[in-house]
Design a protein around this ligand. Structure first.
Ligand code: GTP
Ligand code: MG
Length: 389
């Protein structure tokens, strides 16, 4: 009885294709939506600015919504789930808005971190509860996120504090791959410099990003070469476009400017092809394996050892275990929030100190200015009174 049934199941799996789940995250307007649509070759996500009535049904309050799309990659079916996260932070444009920026960043950090890590852990909790159920749910869908593309704003500099904190905090739960969004906003020299600075920051702050791991001793030459090449491109320079432009008689996806055309699929213009092929071909299996064998396993151990500390759980039902895990997660989130609030008030204190310093400097300057004016208008008479100052 069981063999024909399992054969049917296998057939169904082949039909469904390989499952892969990609999350995109980053500041508002860094090109996440455009990238996803370029990656999939179709409009999977709607841009915020596009006035599309098809989007009108989207539930209010649900900010992280997965969308699944079926791709045919050279004969292999990939069932790709895209998880877009709300854009956070704000573009910083001048010093005067520093205070405002830091406040928003701290808010953004708390909100974004809580939402994103909450989502990632919920997927782990679901599978944990499913594994411990006596009767498995045949419709259960594994929605664990296999890779997170972290979009860095193309400032030409390294990472912002917000980027460092978020990438650091999310790395234990998901394979984080850093990319520079809208890379065509930078000149080639700026882009190269920015890539260097970002990698220096990643090293300096020990952010455990997914760095296309390889072992020169164990892996074959091709793997070593391919992974070293991909590692060398990090953070990937992304250019996205849903428009097709004709270049020398060829129709290509590109961004057209008065001074020329930036081609999405041209490796000299962007790293789009490299990251696409890494995600959907060469490194798909590795990303899934690390998610299951390492990230999920760590989460599971943490969770179960915490439950064991909390008392005897052996007699708990899967439902009790699940609700206990929700409680534990809430507690953990509360602790994270507290920590973030501490960072926020520390930054606020520093800003206040800087502001006081600036005010003191300003009044010193005003005094000097006044003195100079006086000296200019009464060059001989004032010498005596200046001595009083
Ligand atoms: N120069 C340049 N502009 C881009 C690129 N990708 C997207 N844009 C433009 O940047 C703007 C924002 O793009 P989106 O794809 O909506 O960015 P997003 O990160 O999804 O933004 P939010 O969802 O609003 O946070 C749009 O005007 C896009 O046309 C790119 O690679 N280069
Ligand atoms: Mg968007």
């Amino acid at each position: 009885m069981s063999s024909p049934l399992s054969a049917i199941r296998r057939k169904k799996n082949v039909k469904k294709g390989i499952q892969f789940c990609l999350m995109v995250c980053g500041a508002s307007g860094t090109g996440r939506t455009t990238f996803v649509n370029t990656l999939c070759g179709k409009k999977v996500l709607q841009s915020k600015d596009s006035d599309d009535s098809a989007n009108a049904h989207v539930e209010e309050g649900v900010r992280i919504k997965p969308a699944t799309v079926e791709l045919d990659e050279e004969g292999t079916r990939i069932s790709l789930t895209i998880v877009d996260t709300p854009g956070f932070g704000d573009q910083i444009d001048n010093e005067a808005r520093l205070n405002d920026f830091v406040m928003k960043s701290a808010d953004g950090l708390r909100g974004s971190f809580g939402e994103i890590s909450g989502y990632l852990e919920r997927q782990y909790d679901d599978i944990l509860a499913e594994e411990s159920r006596i009767k498995r749910n045949p419709r259960f869908r594994d929605n664990r996120v296999h890779a997170l593309l972290y979009f860095i704003t193309p400032t030409g500099h390294g990472l912002r504090e917000l980027d460092i904190e978020l990438m650091k905090r999310l790395s234990p739960r998901v394979n984080v791959i850093p990319v520079i969004g809208k890379a065509d906003s930078l000149t080639p020299v700026e882009l190269a410099e920015s890539k260097k600075l970002v990698m220096e920051d990643i090293e300096h702050y020990r952010i455990p990003v997914y760095n296309f791991p390889y072992d020169v001793e164990e892996d074959d030459e091709d793997t070593v070469e391919e992974n070293a090449e991909l590692r060398g491109l990090m953070p990937f320079a992304i250019v996205g476009s849903e428009e097709v432009v004709e270049v020398n008689g060829r129709k290509v996806r590109a961004r057209q400017y008065p001074w020329g055309v930036v081609e999405v699929d041209n490796p000299r213009h962007s790293d789009f092809l490299a990251i696409r092929s890494a995600l959907l071909h060469s490194h798909l299996a590795d990303l899934k394996e690390i998610t299951h064998d390492f990230l999920y396993e760590n989460y599971r151990t943490e969770k179960l050892s915490k439950s064991a500390e909390g008392g005897a759980t052996a007699s708990m039902s899967p439902e009790d275990l699940a609700s206990q895990s929700v409680r534990l997660k809430e507690e953990q989130l509360r602790r994270e929030e507290e920590k973030l609030r501490e960072i926020e008030s520390k930054v606020q204190r520093e800003i206040n100190e800087k502001r006081q310093e600036l005010l003191a400097r300003e009044s010193q300057l005003r005094e000097i200015e006044a003195r100079m004016t006086r000296e200019h208008s009464q060059p001989t008479l004032d010498e005596k009174s200046n001595g009083d100052l």
